[in-house]
Design a protein around this ligand. Structure first.
Ligand code: CA
Length: 229
């Protein structure tokens, strides 16, 4: 199996080298970008599996870089690594789409562990890439849903993520808490109706003719479950 590619965005050369070396010792491939603008270009071109992102960077700061990366591919986990250590800084980082936040100075072992956890979470989410449901083909890489005639259905990113999460756990109840953790940042507070509305939309698309729920079940007070039969 090819090793995971990590994009390390850090403008302090010595620190970048130390982190790179340790990631490589853990079996990862690492590419370094030393400014924000460059990091977005590398992200677009090389599609890394994970990004470690400094915030105070020349040309484009890490917060802006994160927003741009998430627009290109919202799935790729981004771990902020910054000297900015206040609660407000962390919230800003997570709000911009970051998946985790570690402050400098940091413990190297902790960094490696967090990288491992983020990659694992990302991997379990992307177990299925293409999925056939009812008359539709769902491509979780391109976020496209196509029907038999080739017609495409638009679905917002977050809805698509929920679809993927439920399908990847076919037959299991996925709790509201887990859904919130996977789809929203801790600082966001989505209304309980939001998830219900997503589920209603799934039913409208994938089971328009059935009077009883076929695929997307709400389990009152617990969560949601996808079943194929
Ligand atoms: Ca810096």
């Amino acid at each position: 199996m090819a090793s995971k590619l990590i994009l390390l965005v850090e403008d302090e050369n010595n620190l970048a080298s130390v982190i790179k070396l340790n990631l490589e010792l853990d079996g990862y491939s690492v590419i370094i970008a030393d400014n924000g603008q460059k990091s977005v270009d590398v992200f677009r071109n090389l599609k890394p599996d994970l990004v470690i992102l400094d915030i105070m960077l020349p040309e484009l700061n890490g917060i802006e870089a994160c927003k741009q990366m998430k627009k290109i591919n919202s799935e790729t986990p981004i771990l902020f690594l910054s000297a900015k250590s206040s609660g407000a800084d962390k919230i800003e980082g997570l709000k911009s789409g970051g998946d985790d936040y570690l402050t400098k100075p940091f413990n190297l072992e902790e960094l490696l562990l967090r990288v491992q956890i983020l990659l694992k979470r990302y991997q379990s989410n992307s177990k299925e890439d293409k999925y056939i449901l009812s008359n539709f083909s769902i491509d979780f890489n391109t976020f496209e849903i196509t029907d038999k005639t080739g017609k495409k259905i638009d679905m917002p990113n977050r809805e698509m993520k929920l679809l993927k999460l439920l399908i990847s756990k076919e037959g299991q109840v996925v709790s509201r808490t887990e859904i919130m953790q996977q789809l929203w940042n801790p600082s966001e507070n989505p209304s309980a109706r939001t998830i219900d509305n997503y589920i209603l939309n799934f039913r409208k698309i994938f089971e328009p003719e059935s009077s009883e729920t076929k695929y997307f079940h709400s389990i009152r007070g617990v969560g949601y479950k996808f079943t194929k039969n």
